[in-house]
Design a protein around this ligand. Structure first.
Ligand SMILES: [Zn+2]
Length: 234
């Protein structure tokens, strides 16, 4: 079930106070309209009734997709204290899951049933990426490992440039790509290496579960580097 509550918000442009709906959680199947807004990058946009100004107000919420068995916490706090609080709250739950005496209790505590993927992301792009990956039937851990491999292969080609992020993406035509976002705002893309994905799926997938944190996990580039080290025993 999706949950939301109402809070008063003051328009930064004209000072008009109005109510806005905060979604504590969104269920993609029960609220397809909100799912669409998330994917269209309109989810956090608030329109002022008085002056029409559209302002993006980011907040932390839980995305739940029953079809793809995916739950993603998006932490959107910019205030470092609040950010820490939000992460601590989710980590407390993860610790309880990690230390649960039985697997059954662990799955009860984390509120997930078998086969669920539970993730924490720190921004809107990260949330959308996780949803597209699940929608394409891919494993996000293998995607992060592919990013690390591609980065090591590109090596010299990226010299002198600073990367902000790499995202897996699919365009309207269904073409899949890895998109590089540089610190100057410019982007570049390469075709998604589907053959490499298939190869890694066969070779690595069985070894990933033991090195994947239970409960809500941050699965990103840093995780992929750690996973490499662990799998090669260094
Ligand atoms: Zn206004």
């Amino acid at each position: 079930m999706s949950q939301h509550h109402t809070e008063t918000y003051t328009c930064p442009k004209c000072g008009h106070a109005q109510e806005m709906q905060y979604w504590d959680s969104v269920n993609a199947q029960l609220d397809p309209e909100m799912h669409e807004k998330i994917m269209n990058r309109e989810f956090f946009d608030q329109k002022c009734d008085e002056c029409g100004a559209v302002v993006r107000i980011m907040y932390t919420f839980l995305y739940h997709n029953m079809e793809h068995k995916l739950m993603v916490y998006m932490i959107a706090e910019t205030d470092p204290e609040k950010q820490k609080e939000a992460i601590d709250k989710i980590n407390e739950l993860s610790d309880m899951v990690e230390n649960a005496p039985t697997d059954e209790l662990a799955s009860l505590l984390s509120g997930m049933s078998d086969g669920y993927t539970n993730r924490i992301v720190a921004d809107y792009n990260g949330l959308i990426e996780k949803i597209i990956i699940a929608n394409n039937g891919f494993d996000d851990r293998l995607i992060e490992i592919i990013k690390a491999i591609v980065m090591s292969r590109l090596g010299d080609a990226l010299k002198g440039k600073t990367l902000d992020a790499i995202y897996y993406d699919e365009n309207a035509e269904g073409e899949r790509a890895l998109v590089f976002v540089f610190d100057d705002g410019k982007t570049a893309a390469i075709d998604f290496p589907a053959d490499l994905y298939d190869e890694l799926k066969e070779k690595l997938l069985p070894d990933l579960d033991p090195i994947t944190p239970k409960g809500y996990a941050v699965i990103d580039y840093s995780w992929a580097l750690g996973a490499f080290a662990e799998m090669s025993g260094t």
